[in-house]
Design a protein. Sequence first.
Lengths: 305, 305
Amino acid sequence: MPQIIECIPNFSEGRNPTIVQALITAVKSVPDVWLLDHTMDGDHHRAVLTFVGPPEAVGEAAARAIKVATELIDLRRHDGKHPRVGATDVVPFVPIQDVSMEECVQLARGIGQRVSADLGIPVFFYEQAATHPDHVKLENIRRGGLQGLASRIVSDPTWAPDFGPKRLHETAGAVVIGARQPLIAFNVNLKTDDLTVAKAIAKTIRHSNGGLPCLKAIGVKLASRGMVQVAMNLTDYRVTSMHTAFQAVKTEASKRGVEIIGSELIGLVPQAALDQTSAASIQLERFDSAQVLETRIGVVMSRGH
Amino acid sequence: MPQIIECIPNFSEGRNPTIVQALITAVKSVPDVWLLDHTMDGDHHRAVLTFVGPPEAVGEAAARAIKVATELIDLRRHDGKHPRVGATDVVPFVPIQDVSMEECVQLARGIGQRVSADLGIPVFFYEQAATHPDHVKLENIRRGGLQGLASRIVSDPTWAPDFGPKRLHETAGAVVIGARQPLIAFNVNLKTDDLTVAKAIAKTIRHSNGGLPCLKAIGVKLASRGMVQVAMNLTDYRVTSMHTAFQAVKTEASKRGVEIIGSELIGLVPQAALDQTSAASIQLERFDSAQVLETRIGVVMSRGH
Protein backbone atom coordinates (compact mmCIF):
# COMPACT_ATOMS: atom_id res chain seq x y z
CA MET A 1 0.00 0.00 0.00
CA PRO A 2 1.47 3.38 -0.99
CA GLN A 3 1.89 6.04 1.68
CA ILE A 4 -0.90 8.64 1.57
CA ILE A 5 -1.16 11.91 3.49
CA GLU A 6 -4.10 14.29 3.24
CA CYS A 7 -3.68 18.07 3.38
CA ILE A 8 -6.62 20.47 3.89
CA PRO A 9 -5.23 24.04 3.70
CA ASN A 10 -7.62 26.92 4.46
CA PHE A 11 -7.04 30.21 2.61
CA SER A 12 -8.52 33.64 3.42
CA GLU A 13 -10.07 34.15 -0.03
CA GLY A 14 -13.60 33.02 -0.84
CA ARG A 15 -14.77 35.53 -3.44
CA ASN A 16 -12.24 35.89 -6.24
CA PRO A 17 -12.31 32.69 -8.33
CA THR A 18 -9.14 33.68 -10.18
CA ILE A 19 -7.14 33.58 -6.95
CA VAL A 20 -8.72 30.28 -5.82
CA GLN A 21 -7.98 28.84 -9.26
CA ALA A 22 -4.35 29.92 -8.89
CA LEU A 23 -4.15 28.05 -5.58
CA ILE A 24 -5.64 24.94 -7.23
CA THR A 25 -3.20 25.21 -10.12
CA ALA A 26 -0.28 25.39 -7.68
CA VAL A 27 -1.42 22.20 -5.96
CA LYS A 28 -2.05 20.36 -9.21
CA SER A 29 1.36 21.36 -10.59
CA VAL A 30 2.96 18.70 -8.37
CA PRO A 31 3.02 15.17 -9.85
CA ASP A 32 1.32 12.43 -7.80
CA VAL A 33 -0.87 14.92 -5.92
CA TRP A 34 -4.64 14.39 -6.26
CA LEU A 35 -7.13 17.18 -5.53
CA LEU A 36 -10.18 15.58 -3.89
CA ASP A 37 -12.26 18.63 -3.20
CA HIS A 38 -12.32 22.42 -3.10
CA THR A 39 -14.86 24.82 -1.61
CA MET A 40 -15.12 28.62 -1.46
CA ASP A 41 -17.53 30.63 0.68
CA GLY A 42 -18.18 34.34 0.16
CA ASP A 43 -19.58 35.06 3.64
CA HIS A 44 -16.69 33.34 5.37
CA HIS A 45 -14.39 34.74 2.63
CA ARG A 46 -12.49 31.50 2.74
CA ALA A 47 -11.44 28.64 0.44
CA VAL A 48 -10.57 25.09 1.49
CA LEU A 49 -8.64 22.66 -0.72
CA THR A 50 -8.41 18.94 0.00
CA PHE A 51 -5.66 16.93 -1.63
CA VAL A 52 -3.81 13.66 -1.07
CA GLY A 53 -0.63 11.95 -2.20
CA PRO A 54 2.70 10.62 -0.95
CA PRO A 55 4.29 12.70 1.86
CA GLU A 56 6.94 14.56 -0.14
CA ALA A 57 4.56 15.47 -2.97
CA VAL A 58 1.85 16.66 -0.58
CA GLY A 59 4.38 18.83 1.27
CA GLU A 60 5.62 20.31 -2.01
CA ALA A 61 2.03 21.10 -3.11
CA ALA A 62 1.29 22.77 0.24
CA ALA A 63 4.46 24.89 0.00
CA ARG A 64 3.62 26.03 -3.55
CA ALA A 65 0.04 26.95 -2.58
CA ILE A 66 1.24 28.90 0.50
CA LYS A 67 3.60 30.87 -1.78
CA VAL A 68 0.76 31.74 -4.20
CA ALA A 69 -1.55 32.76 -1.32
CA THR A 70 1.18 34.96 0.18
CA GLU A 71 1.63 36.70 -3.18
CA LEU A 72 -2.06 37.16 -4.09
CA ILE A 73 -4.04 37.60 -0.85
CA ASP A 74 -3.90 40.85 1.11
CA LEU A 75 -5.32 40.48 4.62
CA ARG A 76 -5.46 44.28 5.07
CA ARG A 77 -8.49 44.33 2.76
CA HIS A 78 -10.23 41.33 4.37
CA ASP A 79 -13.71 41.47 5.92
CA GLY A 80 -14.79 37.79 6.08
CA LYS A 81 -16.81 36.45 8.99
CA HIS A 82 -14.51 33.49 9.72
CA PRO A 83 -11.72 33.95 12.27
CA ARG A 84 -8.27 33.99 10.63
CA VAL A 85 -4.63 34.89 11.22
CA GLY A 86 -3.18 34.44 7.75
CA ALA A 87 -3.63 34.56 3.99
CA THR A 88 -2.85 30.89 4.30
CA ASP A 89 -4.67 30.48 7.57
CA VAL A 90 -4.11 26.88 8.56
CA VAL A 91 -2.46 23.85 6.95
CA PRO A 92 -3.13 20.46 8.58
CA PHE A 93 -1.46 17.23 7.44
CA VAL A 94 -3.44 14.06 8.16
CA PRO A 95 -2.16 10.44 8.06
CA ILE A 96 -4.36 8.33 5.77
CA GLN A 97 -2.54 5.18 4.70
CA ASP A 98 0.71 3.56 5.84
CA VAL A 99 1.87 6.82 7.40
CA SER A 100 2.43 7.57 11.08
CA MET A 101 1.39 10.74 12.87
CA GLU A 102 5.10 11.31 13.52
CA GLU A 103 5.76 11.45 9.78
CA CYS A 104 3.01 14.05 9.41
CA VAL A 105 4.55 16.07 12.25
CA GLN A 106 7.97 15.95 10.57
CA LEU A 107 6.43 16.98 7.24
CA ALA A 108 4.59 19.90 8.88
CA ARG A 109 7.75 21.12 10.59
CA GLY A 110 9.86 20.79 7.43
CA ILE A 111 7.37 22.70 5.30
CA GLY A 112 6.97 25.31 8.04
CA GLN A 113 10.71 25.95 8.16
CA ARG A 114 10.89 26.15 4.36
CA VAL A 115 8.01 28.62 3.83
CA SER A 116 9.11 30.88 6.68
CA ALA A 117 12.58 31.10 5.11
CA ASP A 118 11.34 31.50 1.53
CA LEU A 119 8.54 33.98 2.24
CA GLY A 120 9.66 35.79 5.40
CA ILE A 121 6.48 34.86 7.21
CA PRO A 122 6.07 33.67 10.84
CA VAL A 123 4.98 30.05 11.21
CA PHE A 124 3.23 28.49 14.23
CA PHE A 125 3.00 24.74 14.67
CA TYR A 126 -0.32 23.46 16.08
CA GLU A 127 -2.06 20.25 17.18
CA GLN A 128 0.31 17.25 17.10
CA ALA A 129 3.11 19.42 15.65
CA ALA A 130 2.88 22.07 18.39
CA THR A 131 6.06 22.86 20.33
CA HIS A 132 4.27 24.83 23.06
CA PRO A 133 1.12 23.75 24.93
CA ASP A 134 -0.57 27.10 24.29
CA HIS A 135 -0.19 26.56 20.54
CA VAL A 136 -1.94 23.17 20.37
CA LYS A 137 -5.46 24.51 19.81
CA LEU A 138 -6.16 26.64 16.76
CA GLU A 139 -8.68 28.70 18.74
CA ASN A 140 -5.87 29.75 21.12
CA ILE A 141 -3.69 30.95 18.24
CA ARG A 142 -6.67 32.85 16.79
CA ARG A 143 -7.64 34.49 20.10
CA GLY A 144 -8.18 38.20 19.52
CA GLY A 145 -7.98 37.63 15.78
CA LEU A 146 -5.20 38.98 13.61
CA GLN A 147 -4.68 41.99 15.92
CA GLY A 148 -4.48 39.80 19.00
CA LEU A 149 -1.78 37.64 17.50
CA ALA A 150 0.02 40.71 16.10
CA SER A 151 0.46 42.11 19.60
CA ARG A 152 1.22 38.79 21.37
CA ILE A 153 3.90 37.84 18.86
CA VAL A 154 5.85 41.03 19.70
CA SER A 155 5.22 41.26 23.45
CA ASP A 156 4.83 37.69 24.79
CA PRO A 157 7.75 35.20 24.59
CA THR A 158 5.15 32.37 24.69
CA TRP A 159 3.97 33.58 21.35
CA ALA A 160 7.27 33.64 19.49
CA PRO A 161 6.69 31.80 16.21
CA ASP A 162 8.37 28.42 15.62
CA PHE A 163 10.11 29.84 12.57
CA GLY A 164 10.32 33.23 10.86
CA PRO A 165 10.22 36.84 12.05
CA LYS A 166 8.71 37.89 15.40
CA ARG A 167 6.16 40.07 13.61
CA LEU A 168 3.29 39.34 11.28
CA HIS A 169 3.84 39.56 7.52
CA GLU A 170 2.33 42.87 6.37
CA THR A 171 -0.15 41.41 3.85
CA ALA A 172 -0.19 37.68 4.70
CA GLY A 173 -0.15 37.56 8.53
CA ALA A 174 1.08 34.22 9.84
CA VAL A 175 0.73 30.58 8.78
CA VAL A 176 -0.41 27.85 11.19
CA ILE A 177 0.87 24.42 10.16
CA GLY A 178 0.40 21.10 11.88
CA ALA A 179 -0.60 17.45 11.96
CA ARG A 180 -3.80 15.94 13.25
CA GLN A 181 -6.17 13.01 12.99
CA PRO A 182 -8.94 13.21 10.40
CA LEU A 183 -11.63 15.59 11.62
CA ILE A 184 -15.27 14.64 11.13
CA ALA A 185 -17.84 17.39 10.73
CA PHE A 186 -21.06 15.80 11.97
CA ASN A 187 -24.29 17.69 12.63
CA VAL A 188 -27.48 16.52 14.30
CA ASN A 189 -30.75 18.31 13.50
CA LEU A 190 -33.40 18.80 16.17
CA LYS A 191 -37.17 18.96 15.83
CA THR A 192 -37.44 22.43 17.36
CA ASP A 193 -36.66 26.00 16.30
CA ASP A 194 -35.53 26.92 19.82
CA LEU A 195 -31.84 27.78 19.55
CA THR A 196 -31.40 27.68 23.33
CA VAL A 197 -32.00 23.91 23.22
CA ALA A 198 -29.23 23.32 20.66
CA LYS A 199 -26.87 25.62 22.56
CA ALA A 200 -27.60 23.89 25.87
CA ILE A 201 -26.98 20.44 24.37
CA ALA A 202 -23.77 21.61 22.70
CA LYS A 203 -22.53 23.06 25.99
CA THR A 204 -23.30 19.84 27.88
CA ILE A 205 -21.58 17.45 25.51
CA ARG A 206 -18.51 19.39 24.34
CA HIS A 207 -15.11 18.80 25.83
CA SER A 208 -14.40 22.45 26.62
CA ASN A 209 -17.29 22.41 29.11
CA GLY A 210 -16.37 19.06 30.65
CA GLY A 211 -18.16 16.83 28.15
CA LEU A 212 -16.90 14.20 25.75
CA PRO A 213 -13.19 14.27 24.82
CA CYS A 214 -12.24 15.26 21.26
CA LEU A 215 -15.69 16.70 20.66
CA LYS A 216 -16.38 20.34 19.77
CA ALA A 217 -19.98 21.49 19.46
CA ILE A 218 -22.03 24.63 18.91
CA GLY A 219 -25.75 25.29 18.51
CA VAL A 220 -26.76 26.73 15.14
CA LYS A 221 -30.13 27.98 13.85
CA LEU A 222 -31.14 26.69 10.41
CA ALA A 223 -33.59 29.48 9.66
CA SER A 224 -34.53 28.25 6.19
CA ARG A 225 -35.46 24.81 7.55
CA GLY A 226 -37.22 25.98 10.74
CA MET A 227 -35.00 23.89 12.99
CA VAL A 228 -31.86 24.06 15.07
CA GLN A 229 -28.72 21.97 14.85
CA VAL A 230 -25.95 20.73 17.10
CA ALA A 231 -22.93 21.20 14.81
CA MET A 232 -20.00 19.06 15.91
CA ASN A 233 -16.37 18.46 15.08
CA LEU A 234 -14.99 15.09 16.14
CA THR A 235 -11.27 15.70 16.34
CA ASP A 236 -10.42 12.05 17.01
CA TYR A 237 -13.18 9.60 16.16
CA ARG A 238 -11.18 6.81 17.80
CA VAL A 239 -11.72 8.59 21.13
CA THR A 240 -15.28 9.83 20.64
CA SER A 241 -17.09 8.13 17.76
CA MET A 242 -20.01 9.36 15.67
CA HIS A 243 -22.09 6.74 17.46
CA THR A 244 -21.19 8.08 20.90
CA ALA A 245 -21.70 11.70 19.81
CA PHE A 246 -25.08 10.90 18.29
CA GLN A 247 -26.24 9.02 21.37
CA ALA A 248 -25.13 11.92 23.57
CA VAL A 249 -27.13 14.44 21.54
CA LYS A 250 -30.13 12.10 21.47
CA THR A 251 -30.03 11.57 25.24
CA GLU A 252 -29.72 15.29 25.97
CA ALA A 253 -32.46 16.15 23.47
CA SER A 254 -34.72 13.53 24.98
CA LYS A 255 -34.23 15.05 28.46
CA ARG A 256 -35.56 18.29 26.99
CA GLY A 257 -38.47 16.55 25.24
CA VAL A 258 -37.00 17.18 21.78
CA GLU A 259 -36.76 14.62 18.96
CA ILE A 260 -33.95 14.09 16.48
CA ILE A 261 -34.87 14.83 12.86
CA GLY A 262 -31.70 13.36 11.40
CA SER A 263 -28.01 13.96 10.98
CA GLU A 264 -25.56 14.99 8.28
CA LEU A 265 -21.91 14.51 7.47
CA ILE A 266 -20.10 17.52 6.00
CA GLY A 267 -17.24 16.62 3.69
CA LEU A 268 -15.35 13.37 3.81
CA VAL A 269 -15.34 10.70 6.51
CA PRO A 270 -12.78 7.90 7.02
CA GLN A 271 -14.09 4.41 6.34
CA ALA A 272 -12.88 3.25 9.76
CA ALA A 273 -15.11 5.86 11.44
CA LEU A 274 -18.16 4.44 9.68
CA ASP A 275 -17.15 0.85 10.42
CA GLN A 276 -16.67 1.74 14.09
CA THR A 277 -20.15 3.25 14.20
CA SER A 278 -21.83 0.24 12.60
CA ALA A 279 -19.96 -2.15 14.90
CA ALA A 280 -21.06 -0.15 17.95
CA SER A 281 -24.66 0.12 16.81
CA ILE A 282 -25.09 -3.65 16.53
CA GLN A 283 -22.85 -4.39 19.56
CA LEU A 284 -20.35 -6.47 17.59
CA GLU A 285 -18.15 -8.36 20.05
CA ARG A 286 -15.25 -8.45 17.59
CA PHE A 287 -14.75 -6.55 14.39
CA ASP A 288 -11.77 -6.81 12.11
CA SER A 289 -11.61 -4.92 8.82
CA ALA A 290 -10.31 -8.20 7.33
CA GLN A 291 -13.95 -9.33 7.59
CA VAL A 292 -14.97 -6.70 5.04
CA LEU A 293 -15.28 -8.44 1.70
CA GLU A 294 -13.76 -5.64 -0.36
CA THR A 295 -10.88 -5.19 2.10
CA ARG A 296 -10.12 -8.93 2.03
CA ILE A 297 -10.15 -8.87 -1.77
CA GLY A 298 -7.74 -5.93 -1.75
CA VAL A 299 -5.39 -7.60 0.74
CA VAL A 300 -5.39 -10.96 -1.07
CA MET A 301 -4.84 -9.37 -4.47
CA SER A 302 -2.00 -7.13 -3.25
CA ARG A 303 -0.31 -10.13 -1.61
CA GLY A 304 -0.26 -12.13 -4.84
CA HIS A 305 -1.23 -15.77 -5.31
CA MET B 1 -13.04 -0.96 -12.00
CA PRO B 2 -12.55 -4.60 -13.07
CA GLN B 3 -15.54 -6.95 -12.96
CA ILE B 4 -15.51 -9.17 -9.87
CA ILE B 5 -17.76 -12.14 -9.07
CA GLU B 6 -17.54 -14.17 -5.87
CA CYS B 7 -18.16 -17.92 -5.80
CA ILE B 8 -18.69 -19.88 -2.57
CA PRO B 9 -19.03 -23.58 -3.49
CA ASN B 10 -19.91 -26.07 -0.74
CA PHE B 11 -18.49 -29.60 -1.03
CA SER B 12 -19.55 -32.72 0.93
CA GLU B 13 -16.08 -33.45 2.27
CA GLY B 14 -14.87 -32.06 5.58
CA ARG B 15 -12.49 -34.71 6.90
CA ASN B 16 -9.96 -35.68 4.24
CA PRO B 17 -7.52 -32.78 3.77
CA THR B 18 -6.07 -34.35 0.63
CA ILE B 19 -9.41 -34.08 -1.14
CA VAL B 20 -10.02 -30.51 0.10
CA GLN B 21 -6.52 -29.58 -1.05
CA ALA B 22 -7.29 -31.03 -4.49
CA LEU B 23 -10.38 -28.79 -4.68
CA ILE B 24 -8.28 -25.76 -3.71
CA THR B 25 -5.63 -26.67 -6.28
CA ALA B 26 -8.31 -26.90 -9.00
CA VAL B 27 -9.56 -23.40 -8.13
CA LYS B 28 -6.07 -21.91 -7.95
CA SER B 29 -5.09 -23.45 -11.30
CA VAL B 30 -7.12 -20.76 -13.07
CA PRO B 31 -5.24 -17.47 -13.67
CA ASP B 32 -6.85 -14.32 -12.21
CA VAL B 33 -8.79 -16.29 -9.59
CA TRP B 34 -8.10 -15.38 -5.95
CA LEU B 35 -8.94 -17.72 -3.08
CA LEU B 36 -10.16 -15.60 -0.15
CA ASP B 37 -11.02 -18.28 2.34
CA HIS B 38 -11.53 -22.00 2.86
CA THR B 39 -13.07 -23.89 5.79
CA MET B 40 -13.64 -27.58 6.52
CA ASP B 41 -15.79 -29.03 9.30
CA GLY B 42 -15.65 -32.68 10.35
CA ASP B 43 -19.07 -32.83 12.04
CA HIS B 44 -20.81 -31.23 9.09
CA HIS B 45 -18.45 -33.20 6.81
CA ARG B 46 -18.35 -30.24 4.54
CA ALA B 47 -15.83 -27.80 2.99
CA VAL B 48 -16.53 -24.28 1.77
CA LEU B 49 -14.22 -22.38 -0.59
CA THR B 50 -14.54 -18.64 -1.23
CA PHE B 51 -12.91 -17.18 -4.32
CA VAL B 52 -13.23 -14.11 -6.52
CA GLY B 53 -12.17 -12.94 -9.97
CA PRO B 54 -13.53 -11.86 -13.35
CA PRO B 55 -16.68 -13.76 -14.46
CA GLU B 56 -15.12 -16.13 -17.00
CA ALA B 57 -12.22 -17.11 -14.72
CA VAL B 58 -14.50 -17.67 -11.72
CA GLY B 59 -16.79 -19.87 -13.84
CA GLU B 60 -13.81 -21.88 -15.08
CA ALA B 61 -12.52 -22.38 -11.52
CA ALA B 62 -15.97 -23.53 -10.35
CA ALA B 63 -16.22 -26.02 -13.23
CA ARG B 64 -12.76 -27.46 -12.50
CA ALA B 65 -13.55 -27.84 -8.78
CA ILE B 66 -16.91 -29.52 -9.53
CA LYS B 67 -15.06 -32.01 -11.77
CA VAL B 68 -12.55 -32.84 -9.01
CA ALA B 69 -15.33 -33.24 -6.41
CA THR B 70 -17.27 -35.54 -8.75
CA GLU B 71 -14.18 -37.70 -9.20
CA LEU B 72 -13.04 -37.84 -5.56
CA ILE B 73 -16.15 -37.66 -3.33
CA ASP B 74 -18.47 -40.66 -2.92
CA LEU B 75 -21.80 -39.68 -1.33
CA ARG B 76 -22.68 -43.34 -0.69
CA ARG B 77 -20.14 -43.33 2.15
CA HIS B 78 -21.25 -39.97 3.59
CA ASP B 79 -22.51 -39.50 7.16
CA GLY B 80 -22.15 -35.76 7.77
CA LYS B 81 -24.70 -33.83 9.81
CA HIS B 82 -25.31 -31.10 7.24
CA PRO B 83 -28.12 -31.57 4.69
CA ARG B 84 -26.78 -32.21 1.18
CA VAL B 85 -27.74 -33.45 -2.27
CA GLY B 86 -24.36 -33.58 -4.02
CA ALA B 87 -20.61 -34.12 -3.78
CA THR B 88 -20.57 -30.54 -4.99
CA ASP B 89 -23.60 -29.53 -3.00
CA VAL B 90 -24.25 -25.92 -3.95
CA VAL B 91 -22.42 -23.32 -6.06
CA PRO B 92 -23.60 -19.70 -5.69
CA PHE B 93 -22.24 -16.85 -7.84
CA VAL B 94 -22.45 -13.40 -6.22
CA PRO B 95 -22.04 -10.01 -7.96
CA ILE B 96 -19.35 -7.95 -6.21
CA GLN B 97 -18.06 -5.20 -8.47
CA ASP B 98 -19.28 -3.83 -11.82
CA VAL B 99 -21.28 -7.00 -12.45
CA SER B 100 -25.08 -7.34 -12.69
CA MET B 101 -27.11 -10.14 -11.13
CA GLU B 102 -28.14 -11.05 -14.68
CA GLU B 103 -24.48 -11.73 -15.57
CA CYS B 104 -24.19 -14.01 -12.54
CA VAL B 105 -27.36 -15.84 -13.63
CA GLN B 106 -25.96 -16.33 -17.14
CA LEU B 107 -22.66 -17.56 -15.71
CA ALA B 108 -24.45 -20.04 -13.40
CA ARG B 109 -26.53 -21.39 -16.28
CA GLY B 110 -23.55 -21.70 -18.63
CA ILE B 111 -21.46 -23.54 -16.05
CA GLY B 112 -24.44 -25.76 -15.16
CA GLN B 113 -24.93 -26.80 -18.78
CA ARG B 114 -21.20 -27.48 -19.16
CA VAL B 115 -20.71 -29.62 -16.05
CA SER B 116 -23.89 -31.64 -16.66
CA ALA B 117 -22.66 -32.45 -20.18
CA ASP B 118 -19.04 -33.13 -19.15
CA LEU B 119 -19.80 -35.16 -16.02
CA GLY B 120 -23.24 -36.71 -16.71
CA ILE B 121 -24.65 -35.18 -13.53
CA PRO B 122 -28.07 -33.53 -13.04
CA VAL B 123 -27.96 -29.78 -12.38
CA PHE B 124 -30.63 -27.68 -10.63
CA PHE B 125 -30.63 -23.89 -10.84
CA TYR B 126 -31.60 -22.08 -7.62
CA GLU B 127 -32.18 -18.58 -6.22
CA GLN B 128 -31.96 -15.91 -8.96
CA ALA B 129 -30.99 -18.54 -11.56
CA ALA B 130 -34.01 -20.80 -10.81
CA THR B 131 -36.24 -21.72 -13.75
CA HIS B 132 -39.02 -23.11 -11.55
CA PRO B 133 -40.50 -21.45 -8.45
CA ASP B 134 -40.13 -24.66 -6.38
CA HIS B 135 -36.39 -24.59 -7.06
CA VAL B 136 -35.70 -21.07 -5.77
CA LYS B 137 -35.02 -22.05 -2.16
CA LEU B 138 -32.18 -24.45 -1.40
CA GLU B 139 -34.16 -25.94 1.47
CA ASN B 140 -36.86 -27.03 -1.02
CA ILE B 141 -34.32 -28.80 -3.22
CA ARG B 142 -32.87 -30.51 -0.13
CA ARG B 143 -36.25 -31.60 1.25
CA GLY B 144 -36.06 -35.28 2.20
CA GLY B 145 -32.30 -35.21 1.70
CA LEU B 146 -30.52 -37.12 -1.03
CA GLN B 147 -33.20 -39.86 -1.03
CA GLY B 148 -36.03 -37.36 -1.28
CA LEU B 149 -34.51 -35.70 -4.33
CA ALA B 150 -33.61 -39.11 -5.82
CA SER B 151 -37.27 -40.13 -5.86
CA ARG B 152 -38.72 -36.72 -6.90
CA ILE B 153 -36.34 -36.39 -9.86
CA VAL B 154 -37.69 -39.66 -11.32
CA SER B 155 -41.37 -39.37 -10.44
CA ASP B 156 -42.27 -35.66 -10.39
CA PRO B 157 -42.00 -33.53 -13.59
CA THR B 158 -41.59 -30.44 -11.38
CA TRP B 159 -38.33 -31.92 -10.27
CA ALA B 160 -36.75 -32.58 -13.65
CA PRO B 161 -33.25 -31.07 -13.53
CA ASP B 162 -32.41 -28.03 -15.64
CA PHE B 163 -29.68 -29.98 -17.41
CA GLY B 164 -28.39 -33.56 -17.32
CA PRO B 165 -29.98 -36.98 -16.68
CA LYS B 166 -33.30 -37.44 -14.83
CA ARG B 167 -31.58 -39.52 -12.16
CA LEU B 168 -28.94 -38.73 -9.56
CA HIS B 169 -25.28 -39.46 -10.31
CA GLU B 170 -24.39 -42.70 -8.48
CA THR B 171 -21.55 -41.29 -6.39
CA ALA B 172 -21.95 -37.52 -6.76
CA GLY B 173 -25.74 -36.94 -6.56
CA ALA B 174 -26.75 -33.62 -8.11
CA VAL B 175 -25.27 -30.10 -8.27
CA VAL B 176 -27.25 -26.99 -7.32
CA ILE B 177 -25.94 -23.89 -9.06
CA GLY B 178 -27.24 -20.35 -8.89
CA ALA B 179 -26.82 -16.64 -8.37
CA ARG B 180 -27.67 -14.61 -5.31
CA GLN B 181 -26.90 -11.46 -3.35
CA PRO B 182 -24.12 -11.62 -0.75
CA LEU B 183 -25.43 -13.45 2.30
CA ILE B 184 -24.56 -12.13 5.74
CA ALA B 185 -24.29 -14.56 8.64
CA PHE B 186 -25.07 -12.42 11.68
CA ASN B 187 -25.70 -13.80 15.18
CA VAL B 188 -26.97 -12.03 18.29
CA ASN B 189 -26.14 -13.49 21.71
CA LEU B 190 -28.65 -13.27 24.56
CA LYS B 191 -28.04 -13.00 28.30
CA THR B 192 -29.93 -16.19 29.11
CA ASP B 193 -29.39 -19.94 28.75
CA ASP B 194 -33.07 -20.53 27.97
CA LEU B 195 -33.18 -21.88 24.42
CA THR B 196 -36.95 -21.35 24.20
CA VAL B 197 -36.34 -17.57 24.28
CA ALA B 198 -33.95 -17.68 21.30
CA LYS B 199 -36.29 -19.99 19.38
CA ALA B 200 -39.31 -17.78 20.08
CA ILE B 201 -37.45 -14.64 18.93
CA ALA B 202 -36.19 -16.41 15.79
CA LYS B 203 -39.70 -17.55 14.96
CA THR B 204 -41.14 -14.07 15.42
CA ILE B 205 -38.63 -12.22 13.25
CA ARG B 206 -37.93 -14.67 10.40
CA HIS B 207 -39.61 -14.33 7.04
CA SER B 208 -40.88 -17.91 6.88
CA ASN B 209 -43.12 -17.19 9.88
CA GLY B 210 -44.32 -13.82 8.62
CA GLY B 211 -41.44 -11.72 9.94
CA LEU B 212 -38.85 -9.59 8.20
CA PRO B 213 -38.22 -10.22 4.48
CA CYS B 214 -34.90 -11.79 3.45
CA LEU B 215 -34.20 -12.86 7.03
CA LYS B 216 -33.71 -16.48 8.14
CA ALA B 217 -33.27 -17.20 11.85
CA ILE B 218 -32.93 -20.08 14.25
CA GLY B 219 -32.34 -20.33 17.99
CA VAL B 220 -29.08 -22.04 18.99
CA LYS B 221 -27.70 -23.03 22.39
CA LEU B 222 -24.06 -22.06 23.03
CA ALA B 223 -23.48 -24.59 25.77
CA SER B 224 -19.81 -23.73 26.35
CA ARG B 225 -20.67 -20.04 26.86
CA GLY B 226 -23.82 -20.56 28.93
CA MET B 227 -25.97 -18.50 26.63
CA VAL B 228 -28.30 -18.79 23.66
CA GLN B 229 -28.07 -17.16 20.27
CA VAL B 230 -30.36 -15.99 17.51
CA ALA B 231 -28.38 -17.14 14.44
CA MET B 232 -29.45 -15.26 11.31
CA ASN B 233 -28.83 -15.22 7.59
CA LEU B 234 -29.59 -11.94 5.84
CA THR B 235 -30.14 -12.99 2.24
CA ASP B 236 -30.44 -9.42 0.95
CA TYR B 237 -29.10 -6.77 3.30
CA ARG B 238 -30.54 -4.06 1.07
CA VAL B 239 -34.02 -5.30 2.04
CA THR B 240 -33.40 -6.13 5.70
CA SER B 241 -30.21 -4.62 7.08
CA MET B 242 -28.06 -5.73 10.01
CA HIS B 243 -29.35 -2.66 11.84
CA THR B 244 -33.00 -3.66 11.32
CA ALA B 245 -32.31 -7.29 12.24
CA PHE B 246 -30.45 -6.29 15.39
CA GLN B 247 -33.18 -3.89 16.49
CA ALA B 248 -35.80 -6.60 15.90
CA VAL B 249 -33.93 -9.08 18.10
CA LYS B 250 -33.35 -6.41 20.74
CA THR B 251 -37.02 -5.42 20.82
CA GLU B 252 -38.23 -9.03 21.05
CA ALA B 253 -35.62 -9.85 23.72
CA SER B 254 -36.64 -6.79 25.71
CA LYS B 255 -40.31 -7.90 25.62
CA ARG B 256 -39.14 -11.11 27.29
CA GLY B 257 -36.97 -9.28 29.83
CA VAL B 258 -33.74 -10.51 28.24
CA GLU B 259 -30.66 -8.41 27.51
CA ILE B 260 -28.35 -8.55 24.48
CA ILE B 261 -24.78 -9.62 25.27
CA GLY B 262 -23.40 -8.78 21.85
CA SER B 263 -23.36 -9.88 18.25
CA GLU B 264 -20.97 -11.54 15.80
CA LEU B 265 -20.41 -11.62 12.08
CA ILE B 266 -19.44 -15.00 10.60
CA GLY B 267 -17.28 -14.78 7.50
CA LEU B 268 -17.17 -11.79 5.19
CA VAL B 269 -19.51 -8.82 5.00
CA PRO B 270 -19.89 -6.32 2.13
CA GLN B 271 -18.70 -2.81 2.92
CA ALA B 272 -22.04 -1.39 1.79
CA ALA B 273 -23.85 -3.46 4.43
CA LEU B 274 -21.70 -1.90 7.17
CA ASP B 275 -22.09 1.60 5.73
CA GLN B 276 -25.86 1.15 5.60
CA THR B 277 -25.86 0.12 9.24
CA SER B 278 -23.78 3.07 10.41
CA ALA B 279 -25.92 5.49 8.40
CA ALA B 280 -29.10 4.06 9.94
CA SER B 281 -27.73 4.08 13.47
CA ILE B 282 -26.95 7.81 13.39
CA GLN B 283 -30.02 8.66 11.27
CA LEU B 284 -28.02 10.16 8.42
CA GLU B 285 -30.37 12.09 6.15
CA ARG B 286 -28.16 11.50 3.10
CA PHE B 287 -25.27 9.14 2.67
CA ASP B 288 -23.23 8.72 -0.46
CA SER B 289 -20.23 6.41 -0.58
CA ALA B 290 -18.45 9.28 -2.37
CA GLN B 291 -18.28 10.86 1.10
CA VAL B 292 -16.02 8.07 2.29
CA LEU B 293 -12.47 9.38 2.16
CA GLU B 294 -10.88 6.16 0.89
CA THR B 295 -13.59 5.70 -1.75
CA ARG B 296 -13.13 9.27 -2.97
CA ILE B 297 -9.38 8.74 -3.18
CA GLY B 298 -9.94 5.55 -5.21
CA VAL B 299 -12.38 7.26 -7.59
CA VAL B 300 -10.18 10.33 -8.11
CA MET B 301 -7.04 8.26 -8.68
CA SER B 302 -8.73 5.87 -11.13
CA ARG B 303 -10.14 8.85 -13.07
CA GLY B 304 -6.72 10.42 -13.56
CA HIS B 305 -5.79 14.07 -13.10
